[in-house]
Ligand binder design. Structure first.
Ligand code: DOR
Length: 425
């Protein structure tokens, strides 16, 4: 296996607190040396002068659509979009067809990933069979096969008794439970956040309370069972307050926030533009401010894209008929840099933590740090480069992004997975 020497980058590693210009030598897929002025023979060199060099980013919330919906995305295309966004590792949600509710499907995804993916792929298993919310899925055997968490994602478990049992099992298998917190009875029929813009557009609203009641329920169940509970794409002020409170009480509760909820509000949606339609929906300016505060204060543990590809044929219908979801792998870093770092809200170190050690800690992954002996996964980005996102040039098979045509400051430059430069700008 060739050696890779990354030279002269500003190396930032939240796990060790390192922030200095230096070099990284990777051999056999592992970091073998770090420091200033490294020399080695027979290496592939990468000049990272003027760039930031960090642990390979981890996106813990991605929809790869394979098996079953390969017209929207595949493990291969999704992984290519991931590395073009700076993500060396991605976790894929189980809402495929068949649902990943069984070790056979988990193994299938891993086998496909080994053959075609350019990023590390970690499957997330379902909580219930077919994510139907009734019978528990085979949690133990999925974990043994390689699942890193369980979630019914877009079809959250409504029955609290089932969720309690799931958390008890998850606790005994030591696997985190990720919940897309949404009371489907409260949100039924809704197409966007319930607020003034939804009234103006004459669209049915999804109230903040549909998220809040489920976050409250799950925190109570996590407390009762001792399970590790993670809130997916947290989007409301009240939910954030509850997670903060749970953390103060030292409960095993974590949360992620998505770049689009940080950058956009319900008022930003051009009328009936389905590239702004996702669940949870874009919320109010007050919610958006709360998420940023949660990132500044340390309550938020990770940034995750909820990359949810849908083909144009499905997104170009009447707004109410369009599926929920937007792609986000290739814009996540730029959107986050702009919203949080260039705006002066947080330093680079904190942002990188949200993309690396944060998700690694939640999922127990041996990744997300730069150290001798650690996997040779590296993300290299230029925080200043100006570029314009053209969704038609995306590596994803789908085009459903609200950021098409937007000019950003800051861009991924190269992604290294197990010592191999799998993408460069
Ligand atoms: O907007 C969303 N799209 N939210 C989800 O929870 C599911 C996802 C999808 O699978 O399309």
């Amino acid at each position: 296996m060739p050696k890779l020497l990354i030279k002269n980058g500003r190396v930032i590693d939240p796990a060790s607190g390192r922030d200095e210009v230096g070099d990284i030598l990777i051999k056999g897929g592992l970091i073998v040396r770090m420091g200033p002025n490294l020399h080695a023979t027979g290496v592939i060199g990468f000049d990272a002068s003027g760039m930031v060099v960090t642990p390979g980013f981890i996106d813990m919330h991605v929809h790869l659509r394979e098996p079953g919906f390969e017209h929207a995305e595949t493990i291969e295309s999704g992984s290519r979009a991931a590395v073009a966004g700076g993500f060396a590792s991605i976790c894929c949600m189980p809402n495929t067809s068949p649902v990943n509710d069984d070790a056979t499907v988990t193994r299938y995804i891993l086998e496909r990933a080994r053959n075609v993916a350019v990023a590390n792929v970690y499957p997330i298993g379902a909580i219930t069979e077919d994510s139907a919310g009734e019978k528990l899925a085979s949690i133990g055997s999925m974990k043994a096969a390689g699942a890193v968490a369980i979630s019914d994602d877009g079809r959250p478990v409504m029955n609290s008794r089932v969720m309690r049992r799931a958390m008890e099992y998850a606790r005994s298998f030591d696997i985190p439970v990720i919940d897309h917190c949404e009371d489907l009875n409260l949100s039924a029929g809704g197409d966007m956040h319930e607020g003034f813009p939804s009234v103006r557009l004459g669209l049915h609203g999804i109230p903040s309370s549909s998220e809040d009641v489920m976050v409250a329920r799950d925190i109570l169940l996590a407390e009762a069972t001792g399970a590790r509970f993670h809130v997916a794409h947290l989007s409301t002020r009240r939910s954030l307050e509850m997670v903060a409170q749970a953390k103060t009480r030292r409960l095993p509760v974590t949360c992620e926030v998505s770049p689009h909820h940080l950058a956009l509000t319900d008022a930003d949606m051009p009328a009936y533009d389905s590239n702004y339609k996702m669940r949870p929906p874009l919320r109010s300016a007050s919610d958006q401010a709360a998420l940023v505060e949660g990132i500044v204060s340390g309550v938020v543990d990770a940034i995750a894209t909820d990359h949810a590809p849908h083909p144009g044929s499905e997104k170009m219908q009447e707004f109410e008929k369009c599926p929920f979801g937007i792609i986000g792998l290739e814009t996540a870093l730029a959107v986050t840099l702009e919203t949080l770092v260039h705006s002066g809200r947080i330093p680079l170190m904190r942002m990188i933590e949200l993309f690396t050690t944060g998700p690694a800690r939640i999922l127990g992954l041996n990744r997300g740090r730069l150290a001798v002996g650690a996997p040779g996964d590296v993300t290299i980005f230029d925080p200043e480069l100006r570029w314009t996102y053209d969704v038609n040039r995306s590596f994803s098979k789908s085009r459903n992004s609200p950021f098409d045509g937007r000019t950003f400051r800051g861009a991924p430059m190269a992604t290294v997975v197990r010592g191999v430069v799998v993408w460069r700008r």
